[in-house]
Design a protein around this ligand. Structure first.
Ligand SMILES: C[S@@+](CC[C@H](N)C(=O)[O-])C[C@H]1O[C@@H](n2cnc3c(N)ncnc32)[C@H](O)[C@@H]1O
Length: 364
């Protein structure tokens, strides 16, 4: 995951590298189509199919299904059993084990949310060009459901398998408090579609969670997700700017996952979180595990984070002005400065292994 990219040695080498990236981008958008149209599900569920069978299983048009199947086989995602047969007679299947990447939403290896979030990131490209020219921002809502669902689809498996199993036990006093009476109250800031709140409620059956997010569509979806998960009696979601000085309440624990870097006023939000837990309380911030300093060329993690920053995180953080204009690449020194400015006296980086996230415990 941390290969350092090398500068291209010549114009031809650069062109070759970008041509590879073009095919890679097309692969991702083909995965987007296969996921959204239910093609991978249909192949995993009912087995190998011709283009006509796949079209009938999914309610799509045969000619398009055929072109997609051929593209998937050519690019090495699906296998074709009889490549020499006539186009309508060819049968395609999903190789064993690929379900974890293309079909199973609970899998830590799932990649369909990455395709979906990329589709969301490029939805408002004309506004993005304007933002670069004017210094303004692109509203979060303009990225649409592909962005919010792609984000949630990517983090949800981690919440399911790691949040209560690895992340919260790294703060033993909080982990212990969440398990006992009187029932603990948790504030989940910028919870998006709510899966972190839901995972906490399921892992800690006594706990009550309040989630706060300023995106209406996300809060609406989060409420539906809590209903479906059967935890809406203990999990409530509120449409609210977490930096609002009116945000009140008393909580045993507050957390914010992958969102402080998106905020125009992160210090106000951290100050509000400190107020919610009180001076003796604990706040957990989960944010990007970027390098301590800018270096270039750099590794895959840094390239990944800067990619999101130019397409989404910086522009959403620039809508409200004045803005801290942080962007995805929130270095630990920046997080420490924000925490100190918000009144915290201690910032501890927790010993949690993760390729992309760093875990900050803020106290004092
Ligand atoms: C990248 S998403 C992360 C969602 C979720 N925590 C996750 O990890 O999947 C960032 C979220 O922060 C929310 N957000 C940004 N600024 C906020 C603010 N000032 N108050 C509350 N929520 C905010 C956005 O609406 C969005 O849902």
């Amino acid at each position: 995951m941390s290969t350092t990219v090398q500068a291209a040695a010549s114009p031809d080498a650069l062109a070759e590298r970008l041509f590879g990236a073009l095919i890679g981008a097309m692969d991702l958008f083909s995965v987007y189509l296969g996921d959204r149209l239910g093609y991978y599900w249909a192949l995993a569920g009912a087995g190998p199919a011709s283009s006509d069978e796949l079209a009938r299983r999914t309610g799509t048009a045969e000619r398009y299904a055929r072109e997609w199947l051929e593209q998937q086989a050519v690019t090495g995602i699906l296998t074709v059993e009889n490549p020499a047969a006539a186009p309508l007679d060819r049968r395609y299947h999903l190789p064993d084990g690929y379900e974890a990447v293309l079909v199973d939403p609970d899998s830590l290896s799932t990649m369909t949310p990455s395709a979906q979030i990329l589709a969301g990131c490029v939805k408002p490209l004309p506004q993005l060009l304007d933002a670069f020219r004017t210094g303004g921002g692109v509203p979060y809502a303009d990225y649409g459901a592909d962005l919010t669902e792609g984000q949630a689809g990517g983090t949800r498996p981690q919440f399911l398998h790691q949040l209560a199993q690895d992340w919260l036990p790294a703060i033993p006093d909080i982990h212990a408090r969440l398990l006992v009476d009187p029932p603990a109250r948790v504030a989940d800031i910028g919870m998006g579609l709510g899966w972190s709140s839901i995972a906490i409620a399921k892992a800690y059956p006594k706990v009550n969670v309040d989630g706060f997010d300023l995106d209406d569509a996300s809060v609406r979806d989060a409420r539906a997700n809590a209903d479906t998960a059967g935890v809406s009696d203990r999990v409530q979601f509120h449409i609210q700017d977490a930096g609002d000085p009116a945000l009140a309440g008393r909580y045993d624990f507050a957390l914010a996952i992958e969102c402080i870097h998106d905020m125009s006023d992160p210090v106000s939000v951290l100050r509000a979180m400190r107020r919610l837990v009180g001076e003796d309380g604990t706040v957990l911030i989960v944010d990007e595990k970027v390098a301590d300093h800018f270096t270039a060329p750099s590794d895959d993690v840094e390239r990944f984070m800067y990619g999101f920053s130019i397409l989404h995180c910086l522009p959403v953080g620039m809508v409200e002005q004045p803005s801290a204009a942080t962007g995805t690449v929130i270095r630990s020194e920046t997080m420490r400065r924000y925490a100190t400015d918000a009144g915290f006296t201690a910032v501890e980086v927790l010993p949690v292994e993760h390729d992309f996230f760093r875990f900050y415990r803020l106290t004092g």
